[in-house]
Design a protein around this ligand. Structure first.
Ligand code: UDP
Length: 384
């Protein structure tokens, strides 16, 4: 027999014929098949190996999760429009395109055996969402629906969703449990909540199981320095403080020092991105065992104020950080700290890298590389 069967064809053949097959690749004999599973593992008929589809996999949290999935032995296929992510962040099959392109989605689902979808793609800047809500409803709700409807069409049943603590709005008390009422205070949080509700209904009506991960503040970088945070427009606290430490920016504005918190600055729960990536793997494991709709906070349960973060950056980097006090940023809650008990008890999630010094030192390693600081003569002269 001279042909390259797909995995499914091979399985069919083995039902009819006992024994072995000689497989030819480009007219040359390649191997003798004894076991169809081994054939699949070798990547022969690779379009029929099951894959995890990761939307937004070239972005900050997405790329760290792709790496974790690969380490866990999964085949990964990324779709990303590269509007904020970078192709260099992923070492796997990458489709550059938008989830608004339904034809492209159908092509991906028809040409690959997708086992589960991890959905990171979306717009994430709170202030921008207030100025341009249409962009957020389009990117975070409509594009997500395109994806879900494609899953319905192609019978894909597992979905892990990147949600946010922004769904809680300004909670009455911290730490926040998952059953706290969700009252978002900006369009970004609203789009995340709407999509959570869509997922809840798709679990009931279309049998698509979902794990919703409500991220608190993702921070830090891959410990080996290979990946990190690099948004085209940076709004997040830790990278902004590091930019000042690295003399890329002159001063850090503290947005509000009159909050009802111990030092007057806002308190957040910072979770290392490598720990956050691990939560997705645990979410996938959950859906392999159980179907339904599951919602988890992903945080540490520990809060740090803006001032504490600035102090920790100065300690870890040994650099001065100039500060100025500014007005509160519209829509910013005083304190967001997770009650992380549910994900610990149900999924066995234990943050391993999320003490604040480890977060900052891994992010600092990455930022030094990003700005090529090791070679910066100015900085050497200053620290000498
Ligand atoms: N923040 C600040 N200065 C900055 C950036 C952020 O004071 O340059 C504050 C912000 O107001 C919030 C906290 O740091 O209270 C964390 O902000 P970030 O944007 O990192 O995350 P968010 O909690 O808003 O998602």
């Amino acid at each position: 027999m001279r042909f390259m069967p797909t995995f499914q064809e091979l399985e069919e053949l083995l039902k009819e014929h006992d024994g072995e097959f000689l497989v030819f690749d480009n007219e040359r004999p390649r191997l003798v098949i004894l076991d169809p599973k081994k054939y699949d593992n070798l990547g022969m008929g690779s379009q029929h190996r099951s894959k995890i589809l990761v939307t937004g996999g070239a972005g900050y949290i997405g790329s760290h999760t792709v790496k974790a999935l690969q380490k866990a032995g999964h085949d990964v296929l990324v779709i990303d429009d590269l509007s904020t992510g970078s192709a260099a962040s992923v070492d796997c099959q990458l489709v550059v395109g938008s989830l608004s392109n339904q034809e492209l989605l159908k092509q991906i689902f028809s040409q690959n055996r997708i086992e589960a979808v991890l959905h990171f793609a979306g717009s994430i800047i709170v202030e921008e969402s207030v100025l341009n809500p249409a962009k957020y409803f389009q990117n975070n709700v409509v594009c997500g629906l395109n994806l879900l409807n494609c899953m319905v069409q192609f019978g894909v049943k597992k979905f892990i969703y990147s949600s946010s603590a922004a769904v809680y709005g300004n909670p009455q008390k911290v730490p926040i449990k998952e059953d706290t009422p969700c009252l978002p205070t900006n369009p970004y949080g609203e789009t995340k909540l709407i999509f959570e509700k869509i997922l809840k209904w798709y679990a009931e009506t279309h049998d698509i199981s979902s794990v919703v991960l409500r991220y608190f503040n993702a921070a830090g970088a891959e410990v080996d320095g290979s990946l990190g945070e690099n948004h085209p427009v940076e709004t997040h606290l830790i990278p902004k403080v590091l930019q000042v430490a690295a003399k890329q920016e002159a001063v850090l504005s503290i947005f509000g020092a009159d909050y009802p918190t111990p030092d007057g600055t806002a308190v957040r729960d910072y979770i290392h991105v490598v720990d956050l990536a691990k939560a997705h793997i645990l979410g996938l494991d959950k859906l392999k065992q159980e179907s339904g709709h599951f919602v988890y906070n992903v945080g540490t349960g520990q809060g740090h104020s803006v001032k504490e973060i600035i102090d920790a950056v100065m300690e870890v980097t040994g650099k001065m950080v100039m500060i100025e006090q500014s007005a509160r940023r519209p829509g910013d809650p005083a304190a967001l700290v997770a009650d992380a008990g549910k994900i610990r008890d149900e999924l066995g999630f234990q943050p391993a890298h999320s003490d604040i010094n480890s977060i900052i030192s891994s992010a600092w390693n990455w930022h030094k590389k990003l700005y090529n600081l090791e070679k910066s003569k100015n900085l050497e002269a200053e620290t000498a």
